[in-house]
Design a binder for this molecule. Sequence first.
Ligand SMILES: [Zn+2]
Ligand SMILES: [Zn+2]
Length: 256
Amino acid sequence: MTDGDGRLGTQDLHAHTTMSDGDLPLERVVALAVERGVRIGIADHISTRNVERFVATEERVRAYLDALQDAPVFRSGEFCWCDTMWKELPAEVMDRFDYRIGSNHGFHLPDGQMGSPWWRKLPAPWGQRPQELMEIMVANLCDMVRTMPIHIAAHSTLTPPALYALEADVDAWWTDEREDRYVEALADSGVALEISNRYRLPHDRLLRKALQAGVRFSLGSDGHTERQVARLEWAEGTARRVGITDADLFVPERRG
Ligand SMILES: [Zn+2]
Ligand SMILES: [Zn+2]
């Protein structure tokens, strides 16, 4: 073994609990992490996009951080690019997270509407202008990593299935030029690129370019269930295939 202390594949920095939309209570996630030999970061949704299930008020964020305080986990949160909470929480609350994750769960369209990376069908007028839509999504991703106070961009290359239904080749949407632009934004901002075990993203070419550009990486299960939490097989295999080592990983520190 030549790649450090074996951190690659043993650090899952993106797991959910019943404090947002996960199936498992914190104690069960902690037990699974121990069983599966993984250090775990809890990153429940901090967002008003689903006030029923997400941590959606400052008061609830404080209670959430209190609940994580004494657990043997990293204390994180997954903030939505398409929400305002990340702009509104006081610095003193934001500073209590060991690290913060940002996600494109919706991207801003020029007409004030939101686009979705999960769209299976493109609403008008985008059915006629799919490349323009992709261009807007990539511009949003670049803005996201440059603007949000985050350490990791989660499942960021998630691309609407409606686009792949038009053209299945990833290169048709993630062109060389768009990849370069996103990699440059990551490198400039210092935000780490998540390799998502759940979504099986990003694709190898983008990862290789990011590695070349000195971007750091983070492996995340994005686990919500017993089966998913602390599982990193695909993410670890992908990281090794493209040449990522321990030295290229984002490593959080427990605060205070
Ligand atoms: Zn997410
Ligand atoms: Zn998540």
